[in-house]
Design a protein around this ligand. Sequence first.
Ligand code: BGC
Length: 751
Amino acid sequence: MDDGLLDRRMLLTATLGLAAGMTFPAAARTASERIDALLARMTIEEKAGQLSCFNDDVRPVDAVFNPVVNPRSAAAMLAEVRAGRVGMLFNGYGVAGARKAQEAALASRLGIPLVFAADVIHGCRTTFPIPLAEAAAFDPDLSERACRAIAREASAAGLHWTFAPVVDIARDQRWGRVAEGAGEDLLLNRLLAAARVRGFQGDDLRANDALLATAKHFAGYSAVTGGMEYGAVDMSEATLRELFLPPFAAAFKAGAGATIASFTTLNGIPVTANHWLLTRVLREEMGFTGVCVSDYDADRELVAHGVAENEADAAKLAITAGIDMSMQSGLYNRHLPALVAAGRVPMSMIDRSVRRVLALKEALGLFDNPFRSLDVRVERRAVKREATQKLARDVATRAIVLLRNDGDLLPLPRRDTRIALIGPFAADRANTGGPWTFAGRTQDAISIEAGIRALLADPDALTVEPGCAIEAAIPGGIERAVALARASDVVLLAIGESAAMSGEANSRVSITVPAPQQALAEALAATGKPIVVLLRHGRALALEGAIRDASALLATWFLGEQTGTAIADILFGVCEPTGRLPVSFPFSTGQQPWSYDRPATGRPAPASQPMEGGRSHWRDAPDRALYAFGSGLSYTRFTLSNVKAPAEVLHDQPLVIQAEVTNTGTRPGTAFVRTDLHIRIGEASPIRRMAGFTHVHVEPKKSVIANVLIPSDRIHYTISAPRGDHSRDLKLTVMLNGLDKYSADITVSNH
Ligand code: BGC
C-alpha cells in the first residue's frame, strides 16, 4: 500500500478512536466491585448462561423473523431462566410476561436480573416510517425525537434494549436491508447513527424510559456481493475504514452500549470468527467497551461457513474472536464449560465477556431495580400515546420526496376534482409498515384511501380500484381501472413493493416495480389522464416506462401507520414536500452498487451528451442516476444568490458558508442547501462528498440567509489523502435542492 493511503488510514484511525467522547458504560467503582464480587461466585455454567440470549418464548410476538432454532415453551424457558442459563431474552412484548421472566431470574441461585431486548427498528406499538424514510428528512433532531418517543413506548412495554440503529451504509439497492438504515451517504449515516443512539438511550441509561442502543451490523454487512443477503463481502481495508466504520464510531461515541456482528464474511473470514475485526479494530482501535452479540445463530453457522469443524469449535472461534453473547444457538451454554475445562478457552476470556454483560446490566440500573420498565400502569399510559402518533405522522410527512411534478399538477384541489385511486396499495394497510414492524398492528394503520377521503370536501369524489395485485394480475382488473381513469380528472397510482419485498433476506436481482403493476401503469398512461405515482418501497427502485414518465411522482417508502394521513397532507398541499432522497434512484438495476460519491473517471461522459462514444457509461444507461442522492422538489421555486465562502479557513476552525435563498413562487416552501467538499489534488482520486446541509423555510417572494456550518473534523476527513502539499486546497460546491449552483476554492491554513 502506498504512503498516501497509509496516511489516510492513520488519520481515520485517529478519527475512529473514542477515548474522548465515550459514554458507555461508565461503571462506577461500587458497580465494578459488585461485578467482581458476583463474578467470584459464578460457576462456569452460570457464566455461560449470562453470555447466552434467546427468543423470548415467555411473551413472544408474532413478528419473529428468523428460522426456528431451539424453540421452547414459556414454561421451559422460565425453567432455563431459573437455572441461570439465560442472560437476555429478546423479541418479547408486554409487561406481565416480562415480570414473570424477571421473577424467575431473581429466583435463580445468584439472582442476576435478565435484560430484555427487541428489534425495535422503527417503532414498537406505534409504527413509524422505516429508518430509510426517516432519513429522507435529513434532520438528526427529528430522528432523535422519533427514537426518544419510540424508546418511551418500548420501555413501557417491558423492554430495556433495542437492536437498533442499523448503521450499515447502503449502496447496493438490491440488498433488502437498505430499508433499515440511513442510505448511501457517509455524513448522513454518521449524524443519524449518533442521533438515533441519543434518542433511544436518552440522557440517563438508568431511567425507566431509556432503551440501550445497538449499532449493527459490525461491519461491512451491506456490501455483500451482488446485494445478496448473508453473502460474501470483499472490500479494501481503506474502504472499510473510510466508509463503513465511521457510522459505528459515531454511534459508539454517542454511547451505544452494544453491537451485533455481521452474518457475512469479510474478505473471506466470517465476521463471527474474525478476531482482527472484532477485537483488534472494534476494541483496541475503536475503543468500544460495550457488548458484542453474535447475530441470530451465527456462531453455529460457522460450521456451514466451513471454518468450524463442529459446534464446539464454532463456540471457541466465536468467543476467541470477540463475540461476548451468543444469540439463539445455545452454543455457549452447551460448549463453553467443556472448552474451559479442556483448556481450549481460557477462563479470563469468559470473564472478560461476562464482565461486559454485567456492566451493561449495571449501566441500565437492573441490579438496583430489576423491575425497572416493568410497570403495568406505565404500560397502559405510555403505549400509543396521542403525542407519539402525532410525531409518527410528522416524520411520515417529512419523509415523502417529490421527485417530479410536471406542470405543477400537485398539490391537488380538495374539491371539484374526480380522483381515481388505483393500484394494489390504494386501500392496503398490511403493507404500510414495511419490514420489522415488531409489535405494530395492521388494524392501526391508515390506508391511502382513508387518508385522502378524510381530506376531501366531497369524499365521494374518490373512487378506488386495485387494478392488479402486488405481484399478479386480477381478472378484468386493468379494464376496470382504465374505465375508472377515463371517468376521472386525475389518477393516483399507488404501486411499488410489498413489505415482504425488502428487509432482511429480501434481496432482489431486479429492483423494478413488479410486472403486473407496470402493465397497469402502461394501460393507464394510454388514457392520457394525468397520473400521480405514489411509490411504496423499502429501497431506491429502477423506474421504467409509464411509471418513470408519470406527470408526478412521490417517493413514499413505507411510512408506518400514518401512511394515509401523511400522503394526503402532501397531495393536497396541507404540508409542503420537504424530503430528499437518502439513496440515488438508478436508471437500471445493472448500475448497482451505486452512490453519488465516486472517484472521478478519466473519461467522464459530458452531461449534454451522456452517451457519447469512448466515454464512461453503460451501453444502455448513462453514468449517472435518474434521481441522485439529495434530490427532491418543492411546490414552489427557489433561487440561490450572494454565496459567501471564505477563501481561507483555519485548520481547527469550522467553515461557514452563507447563501441567500429566495422563494420566487407563490407558495411557502423549504429549500435544502447542501455543501460538498473535496480536496483538489489527491494521492487517491479525490471524492466529492456532502460535508454539510441545512433547510430554510421561505415565504413566497421573500429571501432568507442559509448558513451551512462544516465543523473542522469534517474538513480534515476530506483532506485525508492529499498529494504532496495539496492538503491545503479544497474545492467547495454549494447545491440548492440537489443541483450545483456555486463552486469555489478554499485554502486550509495553519495559522
Ligand atoms: C438480524 C438482526 C436481528 C436479529 C434478532 C437477525 O436475523 O440480522 O438484525 O437483530 O435477527 O432478531
